[in-house]
Design a binder for this molecule. Sequence first.
Ligand code: ATP
Length: 505
Amino acid sequence: MWKWAAGGVAGGVLLFLLAQGIDLLPIVLMLALLALVLNVPALRGMSRHFAHPVKTGAVGGISFQDIGGQSSAKKEILEALDFIQDPDAVQSLGIRPLKGILLTGPPGTGKTLLAKAAAQYTGSAFIAAAGSEFIEMYAGVGAQRVRDLFARAREAAHQQDRTSAIVFIDEIEVLGGKRGQNHGHLEYDQTINQLLVEMDGLRSARDDVKVLVMAASNRADLLDEALTRPGRFDRIIRVDLPDRDARREILTLHTRNKPLAPDVDLDRIARETFGFSGAHLESLANEAAIGALRAGERTIAQAHFVEAVDKVIMGEKLDRRPSSDELRRVALHEAGHALVAEVLRPASVASITITSRGGALGYVRQAPDDDRYLHTAQELESDIAIALAGMVSEELTLGGRSTGAAQDFEQAFQRGRLLIFSGMSPLGVVSEQTLPEAELHSALTQIVRGVEERVRDVLSAHVDGLRLAADRLVESERLGGAELRALCGLAPLDAQEPQVEATTA
Ligand code: ATP
């Protein structure tokens, strides 16, 4: 309304000046420039560079039922939320109100979803910001933004007629890292101090809106102790990668709205996706649907999921196609890895491909029977054997090695180090800090050479199968685990395994 009134007054003044014979061009130009600054979003942002973007409001109806797995994280959060749900009971027992919940864990495991679900569950206003949004080179700006954030949380709660608000700060380690360790430390310290002040000031008598801070970090070890001490983020909840059952649940959630073909076996996909986060699984379901769309299908088949797993792990197929000599070498290399994996861990290979994806020319996907969190010496040695098998296979069949094995050695040495520092090598229990470099090197070399000899024996006994598998790979670019087992005489062909149409890279 006031805009119209101001416009009218300005128009009147202009007409008056025109009537007085004054040159209006410079004034009109200035006004146009002002209007531009106030209306172009980017320029408007410049004109108020102390304000910062904060996402507020509706949380898109995310509830705890929309989050797969994470049962212990959910349970702990629900317990903590009783502080908001039933303040009288909390007060009557003299319990100090909880101010902050810190969610820690790998990326994509559902930390943001949990915070949104907490807001939905408690009927709170939800405000989200990322730690990086508070970092500025000008002293005082970050602290001001922290103040703004809490003020906006209260404002949003008032506007939405709610009595509580949840402030969610993602990547809090950027904002709340250890004080005095940062280059622009004055500004940085002021920002954390302000956050601490805001958290301390919560729940004072003047507050008619209860504000709970939920923060997420992939690196809780970097956080200032002042933030993690009781009374601030006094609940630290681990949000881990999903186990097999949780992966199954997440896949079910993300395929709810998708037409699945009868052959789709989500249990099997859950088994083959150890190490996937919720975000990976969401992307997997989406990629499978895109695969079906590209193939002109009306439903999503198991083969689309199998293809999507490769894509999520390794990236999009590359147009680059190696020469036929190189392709054969890659096929023999990958067949080597796969064959040794099958001999040491029967029925563990899910598929082999020699399609260039991401930085790899080919790869073998293994699907262990169960998720593994502990490893015996024998298992670590098997990992080393599988890693070395590509190189040994090239040597046995082509008479020489190539640079393709460099990454495999990295993996072999990494497993070797784990074996040594877990006290499972002939060195016994040793400390990483005090073991001399030369001694470590000699122990590693000894382990790797010993395993290499065993790999040579295994592959020499299966060299015909190795060649057959490589021939088939060159033809079709991809081989299922069951097909490999049948070709190498390791097990009969399992009719249930889905075969994926080979596509040319
Ligand atoms: P980051 O640490 O990278 O910020 P995050 O842990 O906050 O990640 P979210 O943003 O919550 O992860 O999750 C990203 C997406 O992954 C979600 O939008 C959802 O599609 C999917 N997702 C992650 N975890 C789960 C889960 N447990 N159940 C269902 N979907 C999930």
